[in-house]
Design a protein around this ligand. Sequence first.
Ligand SMILES: Nc1nc2c(ncn2[C@@H]2O[C@H](COP(=O)(O)OP(=O)(O)OP(=O)(O)O)[C@@H](O)[C@H]2O)c(=O)[nH]1
Ligand SMILES: [Mg+2]
Length: 364
Amino acid sequence: MKAGIVGLPNVGKSTLFNCLSNAKAQSANFPFCTIEPNVGVVNVPDPRLKKLEELVNPERVIPATVEIVDIAGLVKGASKGEGLGNQFLGNIRETDAIIHVLRCFDNDNIVHVDGNVDPIRDKETIDIELQLKDLEAVDKKLEKVKRAARTGNKEAIKEEETLLKLKDALEAGTSVRAVELSDEVKEEFVKPLQLITDKPVMYLCNVDDESAVSGNKYVDLVREAVKDENAEVLVLAVGTEADITELEDYEERKEFLADMGLEEPGSAKLIRSAYQLLNQQTYFTAGVKEVRAWTVNIGSTAPQAAGVIHTDFEKGFIRAEVIKYDTYAEFGSEAKVKEAGKLKVEGKEYIVQDGDIMHFLFNV
Ligand SMILES: Nc1nc2c(ncn2[C@@H]2O[C@H](COP(=O)(O)OP(=O)(O)OP(=O)(O)O)[C@@H](O)[C@H]2O)c(=O)[nH]1
Ligand SMILES: [Mg+2]
């Protein structure tokens, strides 16, 4: 699962990538600095791991990770091949969620490809290109389905109806994620198309450091513009945070953040949000060798969660012992949790909850 960073050229995507990831992307003050996507694996900050480490005192601690991809900037006409349009759009199609970066800072020295700062116009430019690309995919599919529908095939007729609905929406400037369809129809006809505007999205307002805490007039405009989208809007002083990330000294980093009014880097919040956007949650294993955060899709069953560790665990799953994180933190050790009768034994049907500490029993 990976989240892609999209936006106009020169709005700070690669700078953001550099705040998040140890892999370094080239960032510079000219459009189309990035051509090939930069891929980074990013640790998901989780204070619960720190607590478990204190309690268990393991040899090592392994956090959950999420993959972030920094993609080339899109411009008007990208869906028709402007810029390096089509290739870039292909990179976006391969991601599972979108972090849409909007420039929300004034600075005459940093080039804006459309001449002035206007995050609402910018957002629309990107949305339209993504929608046009999806429209192309829907039209293509529609051609095929039409033939089958004409023969009276019921499935094909239903699919044609769905595709026509998507086509209308896209032509009217609506993203696929906002089109109302039953879960069944989505699963059967929409998901296989892997449409870009069907992917979950969040907006990241790139601001100057004075606006890192309370935002600015541009951020207000963005919030207003997306209020019906059910999408998260985050505010981050990307440029400054990237500079802070460069500092070796932890205390120094903290001081700089405090100057901006922040307790933790905005990028930490962003990573957690991206993780949620990807529909991911964490369960833990806690042993003296290793305390580890594992990633599963929300809604996974206990055997599926076990399968993340090893496929044998899933195949031979017998049962799982589960302790809630809060319970573990309260009692301080597995033994004490057991004593208090708070360790639960769960079977194949159990739906894993975020923060579960799990121990699997299986045979192979
Ligand atoms: N003042 C200011 N400059 C920024 C900020 N974020 C990025 N920049 C600068 O803007 C320029 C472009 O940043 P990049 O991160 O390379 O932009 P990009 O979106 O990756 O651009 P492309 O790869 O060309 O699409 C660089 O000179 C950055 O230093 C910011 O928050 N404030
Ligand atoms: Mg870039």
